[in-house]
Design a protein around this ligand. Sequence first.
Ligand code: AMP
Ligand code: ZN
Length: 111
Amino acid sequence: MDCVFCKIISGDIPSNKVYEDEKVVAFYDLEPQAPVHVLIVPKVHIESVLGVDETNSAVIAHVFEVAAKLAVELGVTDGFRVVTNTGENAGQTVKHIHFHLLGGRKLGREE
Ligand code: AMP
Ligand code: ZN
């Protein structure tokens, strides 16, 4: 499949990984928008929030468990954001669901 995040998960293309378990991987974003900018990505290929249903939603809960751990590890518990863009108007460029963990600076309203 021609999916950049599936290729990162399979090891076909490199990434700067910060966390991995059997369900998710987390790595630093190539174009960071904040001092801490990590992507938390389910290993299963789900296109976006629109592809989440009762058969796969457990991994989304797991993403938030990992987000909580990483926020502590990466030192951003003073304030951070977990964001998932869905569709063109939201600026989704990679069609494999992922959650941006952003922190380390004051975050504006429109980000
Ligand atoms: P989105 O615009 O929400 O779909 O987010 C896609 C994000 O993936 C962007 O912030 C990109 O900088 C990031 N990105 C794309 N390719 C890579 C890659 N190979 N390694 C790390 N981050 C990437
Ligand atoms: Zn994929």
